[in-house]
Design a protein around this ligand. Structure first.
Ligand SMILES: *Cc1c(COP(=O)(O)O)cnc(C)c1O
Length: 214
């Protein structure tokens, strides 16, 4: 599907949900795609990109920064504490903050780099042991550490629902959790289910495969 048709579906979903079409931002997920694929999207006006590995993202995007000042790069993969400094240097939004130790590592990295990305807390809404994300039970405690101890700019929540389960219940849960913390950003919905996510209040959808035709 082309970028234009994804954007058209986004606008349709907003209209159906009674939301303004600019209420939802499209994060183009370019993990494992080439730099020329990125340039092609930039040429079509896309500004927001998601990557899941720090080194791959740096190789692809660092050289593009100079010519594309309004690029907004999101980290959407699990982040190791020893990569915190590289991540802080490169990304504008880190969507996968999921543990206190990482919050403190990001604080230290921000102090060293003099650059402070916004952060989202990733919530493991399906309680899947192999998946990143804070448990629903530990979310409030992580939020407090991230804000009060680490002084991070926590803008919202992110989730990746379990594969093979209807996503709607997970999106509804994330929406509720975001409301409880009065956080404005909800990153949820991927190629298969972004219209459902928009109905449940997503402010950012992360679309990869649909954008590249499989
Ligand atoms: C790969 C990925 C996406 C994009 O998924 P598609 O199904 O290809 O649209 C979104 N979010 C995260 C965290 C990802 O790793």
């Amino acid at each position: 599907m082309s970028l234009a048709s994804i954007r058209a579906r986004l606008v349709d979903a907003c209209q159906e949900a009674g939301r303004a079409p600019d209420a939802v931002a499209l994060v183009a997920v370019t993990k494992s795609r080439s730099q020329s694929a990125v340039l092609d999207l930039i040429a079509q006006g896309q500004k927001i990109f998601g990557e899941n590995r720090v080194a791959e993202a740096a190789a692809k995007f660092a050289p593009l920064r100079a010519n594309t000042p309004d690029l907004e790069l999101h980290m959407i993969g699990q982040l190791q504490t020893n990569k915190a400094r590289d991540a802080v240097r490169l990304f504008d939004v880190i969507e996968t903050l999921d543990r206190p130790r990482l919050a403190l590592a990001l604080r230290a990295a921000i102090d060293k780099e003099g650059r402070a990305p916004a952060c989202l807390l990733q919530v493991n809404t399906g309680a899947e042991p192999q998946k990143g994300g804070v448990s629903v039970r530990d979310l409030d405690a992580l939020y407090r550490v991230a804000v009060e101890e680490a002084g991070l700019n926590i803008r919202g929540l992110m989730c990746i629902p379990p594969a093979g389960e209807p996503a709607a219940a997970h999106f509804a849960l994330l929406h509720q959790l975001g409301n409880n913390l009065a956080l404005p950003v909800l990153s949820m919905g991927m190629s298969a289910d972004f219209d459902v996510a928009i109905r449940h209040g997503a402010t950012h959808i992360r679309v990869g495969s649909a954008l590249f035709g499989g």
